[in-house]
Design a protein around this ligand. Sequence first.
Ligand code: G3P
Length: 217
Amino acid sequence: MKFFVDTADTDAIRELNELGMVDGVTTNPSLIMKSGRDIKEVTKEICDMVDGPVSAETVALDAEGMIAEGRELAKTADNIAIKVPLTWDGLKACKVLTGEGRMVNVTLCFSANQALLAAKAGATFISPFIGRLDDLNLDGMELIAEIRDIYDNYGFETQILAASIRSVNHMSEAAKIGADVATAPPDVIKKMAQHVLTDKGLDAFLKDWKATGQSIL
Ligand code: G3P
């Protein structure tokens, strides 16, 4: 499973990228707002840092507007994936933009039927939002599994990009189901390294090591 980082915080991306944990980046208008930076400036900085796809989201509601904004955003760098919402106009924009050879990430997906339409429209990535379904007491992970089945049934090449990830369990569950990509906030990716037994075991080893009176260096 590829790891995308869901943030526009360039320091956080840099830290994870240096460890080889970053296969791509996703941003959205809320994350741009949180960064406090200009969309084109921050997107360019991220694209220069990361080799993989960097999603930048359009904000127009009509297909023509999305296409124009997508083309503009794509001027930033070759690794831009244009993000459009899963609306009828978003699907139209997806078809046109992918037809021009651009990467398109269709976002705000909440049903298997929406994912099916995105694949038919040639989306490079489909972004089902796990956490926001869980917030409604629905099962976001079940949606990932449904989309995996449907795409595999017909050999769709659209990559399933599990989004709105809130916990380390979301990461392992998405990987077990076979999501192609998971995009997660930096703190979730870092938390994947933590285990209470690792901490406990380390404490015990250090205590015993101290008792030997030895040093390695
Ligand atoms: O990848 C989409 C993500 O940014 C949305 O996450 O936590 O706002 O639902 P969240």
